[in-house]
Design a protein around this ligand. Sequence first.
Ligand code: NAP
Length: 246
Amino acid sequence: MLVEGKIALVTGAGRGIGRAIALALARHGADVVINDVLAETAEAAAEEVRPLGRRALAAPGNITDPKQCKEMIERAVTEFSRLDILVNNAGITRDQLIVGMKDEDWDLVLNVNLKGAFNCIRAALRPMSRQRFGRIINIASVVGIMGNVGQANYAASKGGLIALTKTVAREMASRNITCNAVAPGFIQTDMTASLKPEIKEAVIKQVPLGRMGLAEEVAGCVLFLASDLAAYVTGHVLVVDGGMAM
Ligand code: NAP
């Protein structure tokens, strides 16, 4: 029970890594607010949490809209009285080589992956400052550290998210709010499911542990950073990639 009695909000938690994070936090005693764009997906994930004996609130909303983020966080605080843990997980890709990348694909990826996290952080800092407690965890990517061919928009968004993480950590430390990033490598979810088998094989060859990671393996690291075990960790980037980026 690493996060017993805590209130957590996870963005993009309808499926994939976000859903695994919401379930891991609930298994360890947290009540969870489940954000996703689609109301049905958010509610389905909330339905999975409730049998674990924890409260779950589906909070559909698009994180690119600051107003929706503010309302979502206010709703979470009204419902559960506080907000202890924010996991900025929602993210998208629109891959293309730079020469062919459309303006709208650059803007959309930066808007969801970076501005979306900023919108949620800014709104969450209010209740967290009042409480003098907060744990913010941003789901970045090893690509934000290494760069990647065909992912200029995605890599820039994740690199920006790492810089944002360190800035929040510095600005909010005096309020006992920590902010860390988790940088997954190559994880088995819908995001990677559409990759061609030969591309998957080539990537796996670069992973010393010789396989793709599981969403639950990312969730375990988020759980650690959200728990008291990581009380003295802030501004850190925890790479979860089977050794790929070292
Ligand atoms: P996923 O399966 O595609 O799930 C992403 C989730 O985010 C979906 O539930 C999606 O909702 C939601 N979402 C997208 N745009 C949103 C928005 N504007 N507002 C609210 N929710 C939104 O992706 P994943 O693989 O689990 O990835 C989760 C995070 O890990 C992302 O930040 C990703 O960049 C990062 N990551 C993944 C990998 C990997 O190998 N899979 C590696 C490194 C980092 P809908 O389905 O309703 O659109």
